[in-house]
Design a protein around this ligand. Sequence first.
Ligand code: FAD
Ligand code: PYC
Length: 415
Amino acid sequence: MKYSIFSLLRQARDYHKNWPQAWRSPDPKPEYDVIIIGGGGHGLATAYYLAKEHGITNVAVLERGWLGGGNTGRNTTIVRSNYLWDESANLYEKSLQLFEDLSQDLNYNVMFSSRGVINLAHNEHDLKELARRGHACRLNGIDYELVSPEQIKEIAPIINISKSIRYPVLGGAMQRRAGNARHDAVAWGYARRADEYGIDIIQNCEVTGIDVANGKVTGVQTTRGPIKARKIGAVPAGHASVVGQMAGLRLPIESHCLQAMVSEPIKPVLDTVIMSNTVHVYISQSDKGELVLGAGIDGFNSYAQKGGIDIIEHQLEGLCELYPIVKRLRVMRTWGGIVDICPDASPIISKTSVEGFYMNCGWGTGGFKATPGSGWVFAYTIAQERPHDLNEAFDLKRFETGLLIDEHGAAAVAH
Ligand code: FAD
Ligand code: PYC
């Protein structure tokens, strides 16, 4: 749909009356080829790639709330692929490459901005870890270069590189192709294109049970009645253990709250993203001018989208020291989302012991950047009934074989 400037002004005057819906709001059909549980970015991307790459369109996405109301709409929008191990580097790099063309592919502006992401080093260990990760990334063809404190100051003048602060900046590493994308636009873009393929996106429809007969899925129980399905892909970030249990699975996942906050909007002062594992803080500036300020996870397990004030206090202490400008700003709002974390800080994208039941979860604090890649490989896995090379290592079996993919260092916020 194209709008002229006059029609946009007319719509504004008329309070956006009569705008066409970006996607339909259908009632559930009695039966689908594939049901996707979870209408976050990953679930919607999976539905889109099922249709686009595999021609499977008799699909429903069931969302218990509203699209993007989970972690999709709560994250701090950082996109990068600077992971340590080959398996992760390849998967996150596929995702970054999909992000680079996503606005064109979806015909929807997801506002991907490759403004660069810098990881800070505050001690000798950090410097060595970043050097090692830089080498590993470059061996995988991923850009990630070491930068000095002076170079960082030139890129981001608001940073304090004094040697006398508690955690001085000794250096860092930068992925220049990394950056941000607009989180809700990613969900809406996938939803709109999935809808155009005829996929049913059904909001306010919670899955309350998974029907299994003779070791095979047959459908789901929902707050809008039972629905039959040949295959079910569960992408319920924050509630993976709960949904897994409905199919009799016990997953190696812990759920924690992860908090973030934004300041009042100010003029442009920062056009990159800076993260610090050691101090548990990160910062970027949104298009609206707000400083987006992140923290580490809350230590206790929880399903409440609300965290402890001590984390925010700790986060602000670190931020004020590293970026003194923050002291003069008002905080506009804080929020939390529930992140599901595996013991190796890597996701699960896998077939399960129940035939026809597939799980995509455990993205922890870092799944937004993976949205396109995750949807792409999960659609392949569901359609072909086997993993793609890119997600084979992320199978549930790794918790039996011990072939874990330890990405705690790359996960960016502490767990
Ligand atoms: P969600 O959007 O949470 O989608 C899952 C959906 O499943 C939800 O909408 C939920 O309602 C639905 N659901 C659950 N159970 C059921 C059920 N029984 N029936 C029906 N529907 C159900 N990652 C990054 O890469 N970069 C970042 O900068 C970043 N920052 C973050 C900051 C914060 C504060 C938080 C909380 C997370 C951050 N993340 C980041 C992580 C990222 O947000 C998640 O890993 C990612 O969004 C998870 O995938 P999703 O988008 O599909 O999840
Ligand atoms: O994975 O880059 C990331 C991230 C940043 C903040 C939370 N997660």
